[in-house]
Design a protein around this ligand. Structure first.
Ligand SMILES: [Zn+2]
Length: 142
């Protein structure tokens, strides 16, 4: 038998979200991978980066927004997620435990932005347009 070469996992995050939200999503997915609830656990996992490979861009995002990472938790002692919400218009950021992002920015007076909340899970795999087409054709033929 050939020895299985360990493949490193990659993380898909939402590159269209505000920077801090991107960093938070990457950090929360890393917590899941490291089976920990907080950023300390990620930092303490010495073999994590043998299992996960970040892109240069993801690495840079974590570096740039490292100030928020220690405040994020994934199902902490009270069982709640602590994520962040950022406004793409005014750039303000706030921490948020449960629920969905507010429909309107309340972080800055008269801001018209629609805040975005960081997900704690990866982005789904992009749909393969060819596979979708094939499915449509198969459905039409039957
Ligand atoms: Zn705003």
């Amino acid at each position: 038998m050939t020895k299985k070469v360990p493949t490193r996992k990659t993380i898909r995050h939402n590159p269209n979200a505000p920077g801090p939200v991107q960093a938070a999503q990457i950090a929360l997915v890393l917590m899941t991978t490291a089976k920990t609830d907080n950023w300390n656990g990620v930092v303490a996992d010495e073999t994590l980066f043998e299992r996960v490979e970040l892109t240069d861009e993801q690495q840079a995002l974590l570096e740039e927004h490292r100030g928020i990472l220690p405040y994020l938790t994934r199902g902490g002692y009270d069982g709640t997620l602590r994520s962040i919400v950022a406004c793409p218009a005014c750039g303000r950021v706030m921490f948020m435990a449960q629920g969905t992002a507010p429909k309107k920015c309340s972080m800055k007076l008269a801001c018209e932005g629609i805040p975005v909340k960081a997900k704690s899970t990866q982005e789904p795999l992009p749909k393969d347009p060819d596979a979708e087409k094939a499915k449509e054709l198969a459905a039409a033929a039957s």
